[in-house]
Design a protein around this ligand. Structure first.
Ligand code: SF4
Ligand code: SF4
Length: 82
């Protein structure tokens, strides 16, 4: 999963580009649900939120490090549930 740091300026451009609806407005800044973020694996070749964020505040979350296989499995779980 990726995560949003406190450099977020609440511009709201990342939320609509997430294919997994993993991004939401938190109490102070936008946040990413690690259970829903596949780092865009299965949908796009690059994390879409990272490409649109104007302040580059969406790094990998070291607390939720995942392999490509794990991300793909998450993508399959999420799309199977649709
Ligand atoms: Fe959503 Fe992709 Fe960003 Fe994860 S990396 S929060 S799936 S847009
Ligand atoms: Fe925050 Fe970046 Fe998302 Fe804008 S695009 S809301 S600055 S994380």
């Amino acid at each position: 999963s990726l995560k949003i740091t406190d450099e977020c300026i609440n511009c709201d451009v990342c939320e609509p580009v997430c294919p997994n609806q993993a991004i939401y407005q938190g109490e102070e800044i936008y946040e990413i649900d690690p259970g829903l973020c596949t780092e865009c694996v299965g949908h796009f070749d690059k994390p879409q939120c990272q490409t649109v964020c104007p302040v580059a505040c969406i790094p990998l979350d070291p607390a939720h490090a995942e392999t490509q296989e794990q991300l793909l499995a998450k993508y399959r779980r999420l799309t199977a549930a649709e």
